[in-house]
Design a protein around this ligand. Structure first.
Ligand code: AMP
Length: 292
């Protein structure tokens, strides 16, 4: 794997790939890689000629009181994992490299960016779309890979790509989970062993909703009521939202007949976790993808 740290070098390397007529896939990440990230890397390797992975903890998507400074970072370990996965290009720029010209230009997807996590994390999605737009310009990939784990992010990026005519295919890969159902996340390392056990309640709540939908329940209010009831069984979980929304517009839906995204966010101690399940039009959810 070639590891590049400057924008100029990365642009040149990607230009070479395109000139050779090879299909280029990009997986944007913030590092602290786990099996969820690696599933995206494998999808890129399987469907593209050249796989590029960016590792950049993007300050723009963290609020002033959020965990930017303590976000887990282990570049050496990440690069070793990417090497094992036979990634071709690693892009690990510094903060100065990415934002050296100051921060006066932003990419904002209005409306969607204020929904779900956007409500409690103002500016978060603007930070995400700005850095992803920059990465898209630097790499100019044919395909970019994102995880369903961050369902709102995926919807917002899809909208950005449509609105701004990026000629890039967006692939969204299923959520990779631990054996007990907890969605893999770089932030799971913050959890104490006790909180780690408690956090499974998110998955249990989503599975309760899925079961009800499978049995024919179509009313979003009823699904939310049932999901929140499961969350309340774990009093240490501080629920931020439990919503049933349209997976493209992120607007609440009253009925799930045409499919819906069920999304949850809750805090365990100081750690904020999110999870979701996609219900298809028939009410069936996509099966979970477990580790190992
Ligand atoms: P992050 O490093 O957290 O910004 O994540 C980088 C990419 O990996 C994003 O597209 C995430 O949605 C995706 N991702 C993170 N966790 C998972 C997971 N458990 N399963 C699948 N994709 C994931």
């Amino acid at each position: 794997m070639r590891v590049l740290t400057t924008i100029d070098e990365m642009q040149a390397a990607c230009r070479e790939v395109r000139r050779a007529g090879r299909r280029l896939g990009l997986v944007p990440t913030m590092g602290a890689l786990h099996a969820g990230h690696l599933s995206l890397v494998r999808a890129a390797r399987a469907t593209c000629d050249v796989a590029a992975v960016s590792i950049f903890v993007n300050p723009l998507q963290f609020g002033p009181k959020e965990d930017f400074s303590r976000y887990p970072r282990d570049l050496e370990k990440d690069l070793a994992l990417l090497n094992q996965e036979r990634v071709d290009l690693g892009f690990a720029p510094s903060e100065e490299e990415m934002y050296d010209s100051g921060r006066s230009s932003y990419v904002t997807v209005e409306g969607l960016s204020e929904r779900l996590c956007g409500r409690s994390r103002p500016g978060h999605f603007r930070g995400v779309t700005t850095v992803v737009a920059k990465l898209f310009h630097i790499v100019e990939p044919d395909v970019a890979f994102f995880g369903q784990k961050d369902a709102a992010q995926a919807a917002i990026i899809r909208k950005m790509v449509r609105d701004l005519n990026f000629d890039i295919q967006i692939v969204v890969a299923p959520i990779v989970r631990e054996q007990d159902g907890l969605a893999m996340s770089s932030r799971n390392v913050y959890l104490t062993p006790e909180q780690r056990k408690q956090a499974v309640v998110l998955y249990r709540a989503l599975m309760r909703v899925q079961t009800l939908a499978d049995r024919g329940e179509r009313r979003a209010a009823e699904l939310i009521r049932a999901g929140e009831e499961v969350i309340r069984e774990q009093p240490s979980a501080k629920l931020e939202y439990f919503e049933v929304v349209n997976s493209e517009t992120l607007e609440p839906v009253a009925d799930i007949t045409s499919g819906a995204l069920v999304a949850v966010a809750a805090q365990f101690g100081t750690t904020r976790l999110i999870d979701n399940v996609l219900l298809t039009g028939s009410g069936q959810a996509q099966g979970p993808e477990m580790k190992g």
